[in-house]
Design a binder for this molecule. Structure first.
Ligand code: ZN
Length: 291
């Protein structure tokens, strides 16, 4: 979109199908297929075709198993972020076990790429809410500069509907409130607003299920006021996804319109000017440029 006043970013949560909260009850060995590699390569090829740099929130397990993919990301100018080790939501962790995960993640990334160029975090299942607000302090102490784990709308499994929809600094005492002296920056995924109603348009299920014209109109409207960030998973971009037998609602959330994803990505990649999340935060004045 020429002339847009704000920047956009696309992020990918790099995990396999069995890491999804809706699917993990199904034993991994009920079918042995793994899609993380194939799906990530589809994403990287598409980004390369369009000359776009994106942010990849990595699971430590995936970095350990596919270090060559992580090296490709860095070589091609993408940003690495952290999505935890094995996709445990923060609800299941303590400050101590979370810190241990972040440190294990750091050592695995350093083994893969030789340094730790990571400043952003996204919690599995958007599990940062009032119960897990302690995580922000742990992130800061472990050297992170920004977070993208607060989902400012209420949906089936998560959400903090009273949180701001734009970039802000969560207060120590109330993570839904902006505090200019807050030490970490929060960059929530995209939420549209229509007549006072919050409509999630961050990606994933919403990209697949909503009428695409409404999805795009929501993003256009957001860009008039602030940057946005979108998210997607390798599972949603891999050409062959074997389907599990799921309860009807979970099946819809998981599988609806998977065949439309690549075409929609092609459209979005030409419509908006995407840069990494870190770059959005720096260029829009929320973070000082990295050295
Ligand atoms: Zn995830």
């Amino acid at each position: 979109m020429k002339g847009a006043r704000h920047l956009a970013s696309f992020s990918f949560d790099i995990e396999d199908w069995y890491h999804s909260q809706l699917l993990r009850a199904h034993e991994r060995h009920t079918h042995g297929e793994t899609v993380v590699r194939a799906g990530t390569e589809v994403i990287l090829d598409l980004l390369d075709k369009h000359g776009i740099r994106a942010t990849f929130f990595m699971l430590g397990e995936v970095v350990r198993d596919h270090p060559d993919i992580v090296r490709r990301m860095v070589q091609e100018g993408h940003e690495l972020g952290c999505h935890g080790m094995g996709h445990q939501p923060l609800w299941h962790l303590t400050p101590e076990s979370f810190r241990a995960e972040l440190r294990e993640f750091r050592s695995i990334v350093e083994a893969a790429v030789g340094s730790f160029p990571v400043s952003g975090f996204r919690a599995p299942t958007f599990s940062l809410d009032r119960r897990t607000a302690w995580a922000l302090e742990v992130l800061r102490e472990e050297g992170y500069a920004y977070d993208s784990s607060i989902f400012p709308a209420r949906v089936k499994m998560y959400g903090l509907p009273e949180a701001p929809v734009g970039i802000y600094r969560p207060s120590r005492t109330d993570l839904a409130r902006h505090d200019p002296s807050g030490t970490l920056v929060e960059f929530p995924v995209a939420i549209g607003e229509w007549a006072g109603f919050r409509l999630p348009v961050g990606g994933g299920f919403y990209l697949r299920a909503l009428p695409f014209a409404l999805f795009v109109a929501s993003l256009d409207r957001i860009l008039e006021h602030r940057p946005f960030n979108l998210y997607l998973h390798p599972r949603e971009c891999a050409p062959e996804v074997k389907r599990l037998r799921l309860p009807p609602v979970d099946a819809i959330i998981t599988y609806i319109n998977l065949h439309t994803v690549i075409g929609k990505l092609e459209h979005l990649f030409t419509r908006y000017r995407f840069v990494t999340m870190r770059e959005v935060l720096e260029r829009e004045g929320h973070l000082a440029p990295a050295r």
